[in-house]
Design a protein around this ligand. Structure first.
Ligand code: FES
Length: 190
C-alpha cells in the first residue's frame, strides 16, 4: 500500500514568518546555540507532521511536496543503530529548490541521489545517532536535536556536516528507490 503525503505532512524549509516550526530553531539557523529552549532533544522537529509507516518495506507518494519542502517518514525498526531515536528510523525527503539542485550538482556524493530534485536521507546523526531535525534554513536544512556540549551538528542540503561534532561527515542514505512518472513521485524504502 502506498502512503500518500498530503499537505498536512509537509514541513516547509524556506524561512518565512509562515513556517510552522519552533522559532528558536529558525533563529538558530547555522549557529549552534547552547540554549534552544523547548526544542526536543530526541525527536525530529516538526514531528506532528510525520508520515508514519509500518515496519518493513514501504512506499510513500511524495508528489505533494513543493520545492523547499520536506516530508519526514517514521518507520519502526529493530536495528540497534536507531536506539537513540527510540528504535524509529526517520527519513527525510527534501524536494530541492533550484539553488539546492545547483548546489547538489556540484556537491552530491556519487550514488546518493537518484533524481536531482529530491534528496532522501536518514535523519540519524553521524556523531552519536541522535535524531536530526529540520531547521527551516535552505542552506542548512538539517540539525542534530542534541545541542548540548560537544554535539550541535548541522548539515547542508547534501547532508554534509558544516558545524558541530559531525563537521566534515555525511548523513547516511537509506536504501531507497525513487520513481518519477510525470507529476507523480514515489519513494520506496527497502
Ligand atoms: S549526536 Fe548529533 S551532534 Fe552528537
Amino acid at each position: 500500500m502506498t502512503i500518500v503525503v498530503t499537505r498536512r505532512h509537509v514541513i516547509a524549509t524556506i524561512a518565512s514568518s509562515s513556517v510552522v516550526l519552533c522559532p528558536a530553531v529558525l533563529n538558530a539557523q547555522t549557529v549552534p546555540e547552547p540554549d534552544w529552549g523547548e526544542v526536543p532533544y530526541d525527536k525530529p522537529l516538526g514531528e506532528t507532521q510525520l508520515v508514519e509507516v509500518a515496519a518493513g518495506p514501504a512506499e510513500v507518494d511524495v508528489s505533494a511536496l513543493q520545492a523547499g519542502e520536506v516530508a519526514v517518514i517514521a518507520r519502526p525498526t529493530d536495528d540497534e543503530e536507531y536506539a537513540a531515536t527510540g528504535m524509529i528510523q526517520y527519513i527525510a525527503v527534501l524536494r530541492r529548490t533550484d539553488d539546492q539542485i545547483a548546489f547538489g550538482a556540484e556537491n552530491d556524493r556519487e550514488g546518493t541521489v537518484q533524481d536531482p530534485r529530491f534528496f532522501v536521507v536518514n535523519l540519524l546523526c553521524s556523531h552519536r545517532g541522535k535524531a536530526i531535525g529540520i531547521t527551516g534554513n535552505p542552506d542548512a536544512p538539517f540539525a542534530c536535536t542534541d545541542r548540548r556540549g560537544r554535539h550541535g551538528s548541522i548539515y547542508n542540503s547534501v547532508g554534509f556536516g558544516i558545524a558541530g561534532a559531525s563537521e566534515d561527515e555525511f548523513l547516511s542514505i537509506p536504501d531507497y528507490t525513487l520513481t518519477a512518472n510525470g507529476d507523480q513521485v514515489t519513494v520506496a524504502i527497502a
